[in-house]
Ligand binder design. Structure first.
Ligand code: FAD
Length: 478
C-alpha cells in the first residue's frame, strides 16, 4: 500500500517533498517528551497547498494513513506516527509563507508551517502583535497551534486559538480544498468549519493556512515576581490585579520546587527574589501609552500586598532583559522538570476559584495513594489551568513507571479532576496519551457526537489514526 502510494506521489511531487532517508525521518518519529516512538514509512514535506492536496488525494486512493506534523512539540504524542510503519508523516514545515499582514484590519494570513516566534517578529515590524505565546514558540507552528487550540501565557486576556483564528484554509480528508480564510465578522451559514478544525488534532483535515487576529503592539510591559504562602494567597492577589487593571496579561503560579528545578537546569539563571517562598507568581501587565505605563498599578497592588502580608516579597523587572529572564524561568519549567526524572504529567483545568484548593488537596491525595511520589502543579492560575505533575518515587525504573504506574496515577488524578467539575485536557489536547481516558470519562452523548463528526469527515480513519477519538473502540496504546 505504502509502496504504491509512494510511486503515485513521486509522479506528482518534486523530490524535495519526499523524504525516504531513515536518518532524516527518525527525529520526527518520537514526541517531544520522548514517551512515544513511532515508525513512518515515509515523510512528506509539501511546500504548496496543491502539493498537500495531491498527497491527501493519493493517500485516500491508496488507503494510506497520514500523520500531520508541525513543530512536533505536542505534549500528548499527537504528532507521533503509529509504530507499525503503515503511515506517512505529513510535515507542514515547508509550507511556511506569511501571505499577508494587514495592520489596519488587525489580521495576518500565515501558512501552517510558520513558526510562532517568526510570526511574532513579522507582525511586530507592522506595529502589531499576535497575542498568544508559549514555551515552545521557537518550534511550534501555526498549523499545530490551530489544531490543538493552543493556549499559553496570555489566555487570561486574549483567550485561546479559538478566539484568535478568524478563518482557515484546509485540505479535507477527501482531498478537496476548504477556503475559509475570509475574516467575516458575521457568518451564519450553519456549522462553523473553522471552529470544527480548531482543536481537531489533524483528524478532520490538514490546516494549510489561517487568518489570525492581531492586536496593537504595546508601548511597554511591567513584569513582576512575587513570593506567596499558598495558591490561595496567589488567587487573592490575582483578583486584586484584575480589579486594578484590564491589562493583566499573565498570572503564572509555580511552587518553590519548580523554581529550584529551573535554577539547577539553567546555570546562568538567578532567583528573582531572595529567601525561601513556598509559591511564586509571575505577573505581566501591559501598557498602551508609555513603556512604563503599567508600572504604577503593579507597584500599587504589590505594595499593598506586601503591606498587608498577602505577599512575602516582590520585585519588578528593572529592564526588558530582566523581564525576559523572569519569563525564561517560567518557560523552562517543562524542560527542567523533564530533566529531573520520570513523572506523570496532567494538563488539567477546574473552575478558576476551585483551583487553589484542588492543587493542595489533589497533591496530598496523590502522595497518600502512591507513597514516595511527589505531586505539585504550576502554570496558568488565572485560567484555572495548571500542569499537575506527579513525580515518581526516587529509584523508580522509568520503563516500569511509564508502562505500568502512570496509567493508574493518571486515572486517579483524572477522577479527582472530573469530581471537581474540570477537564482532563485544558490546552494540550488529547493525542494518543489521553485518548483512552477521554473514552472512559466522556458522557455517552458527547462521545457519540465526537465519533460521528470524525466519521463524517474521515470514514476510513486515515487522518492521524489512533489520536483524539477512534471510530472503533480504542486500540491498545502503542
Ligand atoms: P505538532 O506537535 O507537530 O502537532 C500537534 C497536533 O496538531 C498533532 O495532533 C498534529 O497531528 C496536529 N497538526 C499539526 N499541524 C497540523 C496541520 N497543519 N493540520 C492539521 N493538523 C496538524 N501548549 C499550550 O497550549 N500552551 C502552552 O503553554 C504550551 N507550552 C509548551 C511548552 C513547551 C516547552 C512545549 C514543548 C510544548 C508546549 N505546549 C503548550 C504544547 C505545544 O507547543 C502545542 O500543542 C502546539 O500547539 C503544538 O504545535 P506544533 O506545531 O509543534 O504541533
Amino acid at each position: 500500500m505504502l509502496a504504491r502510494f509512494a510511486d503515485r506521489i513521486a509522479a506528482r511531487l518534486p523530490a524535495a517533498a519526499i523524504v525516504t532517508d531513515r536518518d532524516a525521518i527518525a527525529p520526527w518519529e518520537t514526541d517531544w517528551r520522548r514517551r512515544y516512538h513511532g515508525h513512518a514509512g515515509l515523510l512528506l514535506a509539501p511546500a504548496t497547498v496543491d502539493e498537500v492536496q495531491a498527497i491527501v488525494a493519493a493517500a485516500r486512493a491508496e488507503g494510506v494513513a497520514l500523520v500531520p506534523q508541525g513543530g512536533n512539540t505536542s505534549m500528548v504524542g499527537g504528532a507521533t506516527p503509529p509504530a507499525d510503519g503503515s503511515a506517512a508523516i505529513l510535515s507542514l514545515r515547508r509550507l511556511n509563507a506569511i501571505r499577508a499582514i494587514d495592520a489596519d484590519a488587525g489580521l495576518a494570513v500565515a501558512e501552517a508551517g510558520v513558526i510562532l516566534a517568526t510570526l511574532h517578529a513579522a507582525v511586530a515590524a507592522h506595529g502589531r502583535r499576535f497575542p498568544l505565546s508559549l514555551g515552545a514558540k521557537g518550534s511550534a507552528t501555526i498549523g499545530g497551534l490551530v489544531s490543538t487550540n493552543a493556549g499559553g501565557t496570555q489566555v487570561l486576556r486574549f483567550g485561546t486559538m479559538r478566539g484568535l483564528v478568524a478563518g482557515i484554509e484546509a485540505v479535507l480528508p477527501d482531498g478537496s480544498r476548504h477556503d475559509g480564510l475570509a475574516a467575516l465578522k458575521k457568518d451564519n451559514r450553519g456549522y462553523d468549519l473553522t471552529q470544527l478544525l480548531i482543536g481537531a488534532e489533524g483528524t478532520l483535515g490538514i490546516v494549510t493556512a489561517a487568518t489570525l487576529r492581531l492586536v496593537p503592539a504595546v508601548a511597554g510591559r511591567t513584569v513582576a515576581w512575587a513570593g506567596v504562602a499558598s495558591p490561595d494567597a496567589a488567587m487573592t492577589l490575582l483578583r486584586r490585579f484584575q480589579r486594578a487593571t484590564p491589562a493583566l496579561e499573565s498570572f503564572e503560579l509555580l511552587p518553590a520546587e519548580s523554581l529550584a528545578a529551573v535554577l539547577a537546569y539553567l546555570p546562568d539563571a538567578r532567583a528573582p527574589i531572595a529567601g525561601a517562598h513556598p509559591w511564586h507568581v509571575l505577573i505581566e501587565v501591559t501598557a498602551d501609552d508609555a513603556p512604563d505605563g503599567a508600572a504604577a498599578v503593579v507597584e500599587r497592588v504589590l505594595g499593598a500586598a506586601i503591606g498587608d502580608g498577602l505577599a512575602a516579597d516582590a520585585t519588578i523587572a528593572a529592564s526588558e532583559t530582566q523581564a525576559e529572564a523572569f519569563w525564561r524561568i517560567r518557560e523552562s519549567i517543562s524542560d527542567a522538570e523533564r530533566a529531573t526524572g520520570p513523572a506523570a504529567q496532567h494538563d488539567i483545568a477546574v473552575p478558576v476559584e476551585a483551583m487553589p484548593r484542588f492543587m493542595i488537596e489533589a497533591a496530598a491525595a496523590c502522595e497518600a495513594r502512591f507513597p514516595g511520589t511527589h505531586a505539585s502543579g504550576f502554570g496558568h492560575l488565572g485560567d484555572g489551568n495548571v500542569h499537575f505533575h506527579v513525580r515518581a518515587a526516587p529509584g523508580t525504573d522509568p520503563a516500569d513507571w511509564y508502562a505500568r504506574q502512570v496509567p493508574v496515577v493518571s486515572a486517579f488524578v483524572h477522577d479527582l479532576v472530573v469530581a471537581a467539575g474540570g477537564t482532563i485536557s485544558a490546552e494540550h489536547g488529547i493525542g494518543q496519551m489521553k485518548r483512552d481516558e477521554l473514552e472512559r470519562l466522556t458522557p455517552p452523548a458527547r462521545l457519540a457526537a465526537l465519533r460521528a463528526i470524525r466519521a463524517a469527515f474521515d470514514p476510513g480513519e486515515l487522518m492521524n489514526p489512533g489520536k483524539l477519538v477512534t471510530l472503533a473502540p480504542p486500540r491498545n496504546p502503542q
